[in-house]
Design a protein around this ligand. Structure first.
Ligand code: FES
Length: 188
């Protein structure tokens, strides 16, 4: 029998000795990946969001944000996940890591207040950032003409970012404006 394992931030990790009831959230935190936070533990707040790869046939991988508090880790046997720690690119020879574009925008625009919700937000943002048709929706108007300005509205950035992708993430500091600004700036 092949041992169950998942890939976490690019590293193959045995699932054992997790029980059938061990959530992805507990699995990660037990292994020191404490960027993934527990807020409500019942799928309401998004603090525990991580990215799960959904590879497509002849198309780019879709990175789906899921609530780690709801998913048994055993259900992801053989799959790949990325946490907030895995979004940054490690620095070489002791140099600091390079932040992922969504992390960079959250930092620059003050999108992180107390910080507790930030890892979940950046994972949901990254999922939207990688959405294969996001750029297409950013750069074409209803007539198919390039017109990013015309495409932006209260819920869609000129970069094609759909704010609905963050609807499962709550900020207890209620600092939603800079989070929105970061989302609408990423990839611009
Ligand atoms: Fe998972 Fe709140 S801790 S959604």
């Amino acid at each position: 029998m092949v041992a169950a394992r998942i890939t976490v931030n690019g590293k193959e990790t045995p699932i054992s000795p997790a029980t059938p009831h061990t959530t992805v959230l507990d699995f990660l935190r037990d292994r020191g990946l404490t960027g993934t936070k527990e807020g409500c533990a019942e799928g309401e707040c998004g603090a525990c969001s991580v990215l799960v790869a959904r590879p497509g046939v002849n198309k780019p991988t879709d990175w789906v944000a899921v609530n780690a508090c709801l998913v048994p880790v055993a259900a992801l046997d053989g799959q790949e996940i990325v946490t907030s720690e895995g979004l940054a690119t490690p620095g070489a020879d002791g140099t600091p890591p390079t932040l992922h574009p969504v992390q960079e925008e959250m930092a620059v625009r003050g999108g992180s207040q107390c910080g507790y919700c930030t890892p979940g937000f950046v994972c949901s943002m990254a999922s939207e950032y990688y959405r294969p048709d996001r750029c297409a929706s950013a750069h074409a108007d209803a007539n198919g003409h390039a017109d990013a300005e015309a495409h932006g509205d209260a819920e869609h950035g000129p970069n094609g970012f759909d704010l609905h992708s963050l609807s499962g993430n709550l900020c207890r500091c209620t600092g939603y404006r800079p989070i929105r600004d970061a989302a609408f700036a990423v990839g611009e």
